[in-house]
Design a protein around this ligand. Structure first.
Ligand code: UD1
Ligand code: UDP
Length: 356
């Protein structure tokens, strides 16, 4: 059976690799299309290499642009590839413009459209990702839901056919990475920075809501910079550009480590070693939870409410008081529930490809 995967951004390489391993182990013919939405080496190539992803068959090199331009260019190219390859199924991942383009292209063609990370909702339709998720789910044939909450969200929108509760592929991914890092002698990025395990804050920001409004970005960086522990801030190019444009780097202290984006293994080392994570990333919120590092989410809402309800994640937006308070809370947390499954999501995803 031939399966075609479409990816294009940093988190999608990470969601793809457990599925690729499972496809390869079960004799599937596996075609990979990379839209090139992310093209900086630190956001793309590094993951292909470190996660041992088999060769990309089509690199569309679409790069950045307005939503319409970027999505439209991907859509036209993916349609041609799906027609030429005639796979039985197309797998799309997450909620980016690459996801939506591949979904629209496939939905009007014979292959089954299957969506990994289906049913997650922030209920904030001003986020492009929320629109991408809703549209993709409503045209998918098979909806791989990472959590029971995602199944409920789909049911609330009238979608029950084709829904498969799989668990979260990011849990599969991080279990592999955690073991790899634990067995490695290499301290990676932890050895390159003047930080001690358990005594630094890991922070990331890349959402338009936090980067486009300069005052909001300044507030977030200022309150992080005030923290008594060192802060490690691997900067997505979107926020790096804004920091440079606004001259904010000159305002940051010596203990604020504004660094290039790191690879996945280094990010896992940082997540695991941090005393706190402060982020607006969807993936990093979940990964912090999976590694039992308390998270402070720099957004007003999240798709991952399960992590908030049990006390391991706090939603603080860009309010300096709330950020400060959440960062200085004690470390004690109630036992964590296990909403993301058992780390065998990729197996269920691949097994369901064969179901009619
Ligand atoms: C995209 C996704 C977002 C996801 C994020 C993961 C959409 C609408 N957004 O956001 O859901 O959380 O990826 O990281 O699909 N840029 C570079 N080099 C690159 C890529 C981007 O410099 O390799 C800069 C460009 O200035 C670009 C900006 O970052 O305009 C935004 O890139 P884009 O891919 O549009 O969105 P992200 O913010 O990366
Ligand atoms: N990540 C990484 N290096 C970094 C920052 C993030 O490898 O410097 C990984 C992280 O482990 C997670 C994913 O990238 O799996 C999250 O991507 P991002 O925050 O860009 O997107 P989102 O999850 O918000 O869509």
């Amino acid at each position: 059976m031939k399966v075609l995967n479409v990816i294009g951004t940093r988190p999608q390489y990470i969601k793809l690799f457990p599925v690729c391993r499972e496809l390869a182990g079960n004799g599937y013919e596996n075609v990979i299309v990379d839209t090139g939405q992310h093209y900086d080496e630190t956001l793309s190539q590094v993951f292909l290499e470190e996660l041992d992803i088999p060769g990309v068959d089509y690199d569309l090199d679409v790069r950045s642009g307005s939503h319409g331009e970027q999505t439209g260019r991907m859509l036209a190219e993916i349609e041609d590839i799906v027609e030429a390859e005639s796979p039985e199924a197309v797998i799309v991942y997450g909620d980016t413009n690459s996801t939506l383009a591949a979904a629209i292209a496939t939905a009007k063609l014979p292959p089954r459209l299957t969506h990994v990370e289906s049913g997650t909702r922030s209920f904030n339709r001003s986020m492009p990702e929320e629109l991408n998720r809703v549209m993709t789910d409503h045209i998918s044939d098979v909806l791989y839901a990472p959590t029971e909450r995602a199944v409920e969200n789909l049911a609330n929108e009238g979608i029950t056919d084709g829904v498969v509760l799989t668990g979260d592929v990011m849990y599969d991914a991080i279990q592999w990475a955690r073991e790899y890092v634990a067995e490695s002698d290499d301290a990676g990025v932890l050895g390159d920075l003047p930080i001690e395990p358990g005594a630094f804050v890991l922070a990331t920001v890349h959402r338009p809501r936090n980067t486009d409004d300069g005052e909001r970005l300044r507030r977030i960086l200022t309150v992080l910079d005030e923290h008594p522990l060192p802060v490690v801030f691997p900067a997505h190019p979107r926020v790096r550009k804004r920091i440079t444009e606004l001259g904010l780097d000159a305002e940051l202290g010596a203990d604020f480590h504004l660094i290039e984006p790191v690879g996945y293994l280094d990010f896992v080392r940082l997540l695991d070693g941090a005393q706190r994570v402060a982020t607006d990333s969807g993936g990093a919120q979940k990964e912090a939870f999976m590694l039992e590092t308390p998270c402070v989410t720099l957004r007003e809402e999240t798709e991952w409410d399960e992590t908030v309800e049990c006390g391991w994640n706090r939603l603080v937006g860009a309010d300096p008081h709330l950020i400060r308070e959440a960062l200085s809370e004690n470390d004690e947390r109630p036992p964590r529930p296990d909403p993301f499954g058992d780390g065998r999501a990729a197996k269920r995803i691949v097994a369901a490809l064969d179901d009619d």
